[in-house]
Each structure stands twice: as C-alpha cells, then as structure tokens.
Design a binder for this molecule. Sequence first.
Ligand SMILES: O=C(O)CCC(=O)C(=O)O
Length: 238
Amino acid sequence: MTKPSEITFHDQGYVVIGSILEAKEVDFFRNIYEDFLSGTINTDGHRSDLSGSNSKKELIVQIMRPSILYPPLQSSLLYQKALKIAKELLGNDMAIDFDMLIDKSPMTNKETPFHQDEAYWIDMKDKRAVSCWVALDDVSKENGCMWFVPKSHKLELRPHVQTGNGGALKCEGTEEEATAIEMNAGSCTFHHGRTIHYARGNSTNKRRRAIIMNFRPMEMIEFERAQGFDHLGERKER
Ligand SMILES: O=C(O)CCC(=O)C(=O)O
C-alpha cells in the first residue's frame, strides 16, 4: 500500500493510495457486492438509483450503509486501514460515519454530476470530513473513474440543484478544471467533504464497482444522529 501524503491531501483536496486491497481481498469484496446487487443480502430501504431516473433498470445503483446489513464489513481490514488513514489525514477523533456501494453497470452511461459531498449533509460546526473511494474494478475515464477539482476544498460550497427524480445533487463544474484518477482495482482515493468531484458514466462493457467509506469527528456523528440524520432516507440538499 502506498503511504498517504498528508501534504497532497491538504493542498489538493484529495490523495491517491495504491493497493489498499490485495487481489484476494478484492475478490472477497466483489463476492459480497454481488450478494448486495442480487438481493441475496436484503437491501430494502438502503437501495436507490442515484441517477434519479424513472426507468425500471437502475442506471447507478447506490446502496447506503451496507455495513448495517452485513456487519462483517465493519470489522474488515479495509475499514480498519481506511480509518487509520482518515485519522492520519484529519486527526485522531475521526470515526466512520457511513459507507455506501455505488455500481455503474456496463453501458449504463450515466454520469455522477459534479458535486461537493458537504451539500448532502446537515450543517456542522466542524467541517472535517473525508471519503475513501475504493475501486473494485480497474477504473478509467470510460467506465467512470473519479475526477477531482484540485484545491476546491478551500473554496466556498457551490450552489447545488437536484437532478432527476430525487437523484444526485449537482453543482457547476467541468472536466477542464478537474483531474481524472484512473487506477487499478484495489486502489483508492481519499477526498475532502468539500472537494468538487464527478464521474463519467460507464460507456464500456466492463464493470465499475466502488465501495466508499466516509469519516468525520465522532462528536459530529453524535450531533448528526441527535438530529435524526443517519445518511439513509431521501437525498436532498441540506
Ligand atoms: O462513485 C461515484 O460515481 C461517485 C462517488 C461519490 O461521489 C463519492 O464517493 O463522494
């Protein structure tokens, strides 16, 4: 595993980490992923189409908080390693807030619009937050790798609008200002809660499965839960 560069993260708003997972661990997570997608693990109340499309076939499957449905995820080495890195980047009080799976199946070709994660969350006095996005397939521009706008975490929150029918939030953003992060299965990125990011749709015959963990100070997680905010339920700007 490559070491996280705190300097890069704080300067650019994101950092790339090669090989957080070994090949056999990638297989382990892929197998669980298939159980989620097929319904072998019941995802009622956790699964929706991030694209907000009304079509029967989901264009972007989003499964929120999979580790509630399948607790061994929480104790996996991946979650432990990601938490350790989150602490190195943002402080020892970081804890896992929520996790999610985002799957773009072949040829669905639906982008995740430019956005800042913070737009989805209630206002919190401590804005430290970081997401770890782990590729379970090789990701390229064509099948939907992540793109980040460098240094955008240092700017204000841009206005967001909701897309589709209860779909993803979107702000202004262009590929020209962003950097595409193509990487191999088992690698990951960490991005700040305010970093502007986006992903193209999957226009290939290949899979594009990602598992994502989000971390923030424990005190802020307690604050969220006290407000009834648990990252389940409807998507909207808050
Ligand atoms: O996987 C994607 O397409 C988008 C992921 C994302 O926006 C995030 O992890 O914050």
